[in-house]
Ligand binder design. Structure first.
Ligand code: FPP
Length: 261
């Protein structure tokens, strides 16, 4: 994806000591970065605040992550906003998050237009409250004509459920005589996932130091590079993003093969 050099330099001026734009090879920016945004609750608790304040602070980090991704010229930024397991949280927190998703998306629509960002969702959206679903649809409709970066949000997403659903759809097609079982290959399965059409992530960032996948993109992350930072999501800045890209660019990706160097 193209990027604006002047805006990029301005955005990353005032660098901290350990990382700057000069460390980054702009010819090797990952196309798709995915983020497990974790640590909102701990960030709030450490300040004696209600967990919900952590989620509100997390919105600012997310806005900055979107802008950073556009400045760097990513094709896709995806984020894990709500998992199928997150329904187990206190009802009050679930309601708060659903409302926050809706109000945030509405509020950020002008930013998405300004930055030419197209929205996309992945997950089982049927189970979401009507207000949230309506706003998501509005966001999809209003950004459909944008041609820049895709910003994809995983909401009510669970990777095992996604894979089971894809298997069900393919099995039904076989049963209906539309598909031969021998034609079920990796592409056929991938095309029935919620993420169909999106490239697999090149880089997965997880904040707050947890070393697990939490049922996120189990299929799609097969060859993805991981970057885990102890930074809690509300403290995640453009500089932490740059550190992740720098680390990514220091890796040798072999995709199971060998690299000659
Ligand atoms: C994880 O922190 C965060 C979430 C489950 C929600 C993510 C939501 C936001 C960043 C708000 C904005 C989002 C959108 C899509 C508008 P946690 O609560 O699990 O933190 P903890 O592990 O410290 O308890």
């Amino acid at each position: 994806m193209r990027y604006d050099e002047a805006k990029l330099a301005e955005y990353f001026s005032q660098a901290p000591e350990d990382v700057s734009l000069a460390d980054i090879d702009m010819a090797r920016i990952p196309g798709h970065v995915s983020i497990i945004m974790d640590g909102n609750g701990r960030w709030a608790q450490a300040r004696g605040l209600d967990r919900s304040r952590g989620h509100v602070a997390g919105v600012d980090s997310l806005r900055e992550a979107v802008t950073t991704s556009v400045r760097l010229g990513l094709d896709v930024l995806s984020v894990y906003a709500f998992s199928t397991e997150n329904w187990k949280r206190p009802q009050e927190e679930v309601n708060m998050l659903m409302h926050l998703f809706a109000t945030t998306l509405l509020h950020e629509l002008p930013l998405f237009h300004q930055e030419n960002v197209r929205l996309r969702f992945f997950g089982d959206l049927e189970a979401l409250p009507e207000e949230t679903r309506k706003v998501f649809q509005q966001g999809l409709d209003e950004t459909a004509a944008n041609t820049g970066m895709t910003f994809a949000l995983a909401v009510n997403y669970g990777s095992r459920a996604e894979l089971a659903r894809a298997a069900r759809v393919l099995a039904q097609r076989v049963q209906d005589g539309e598909l031969d079982a021998s034609a079920i290959d990796e592409n056929a399965l991938a095309s029935e996932l919620y993420t169909a059409g999106l490239p697999d992530p090149d880089l997965l960032i997880r904040t707050s130091g947890e070393l697990r996948l939490s049922n996120y993109l189990l299929w799609q992350l097969a060859y993805t590079e991981f970057y885990v930072t102890p930074t809690l999501w509300p403290d995640f800045s453009r500089w932490e993003f740059l550190r992740a890209i720098k680390s990514f660019q220091g890796r040798k990706r072999r995709f199971g093969g060998v690299v000659n160097s």
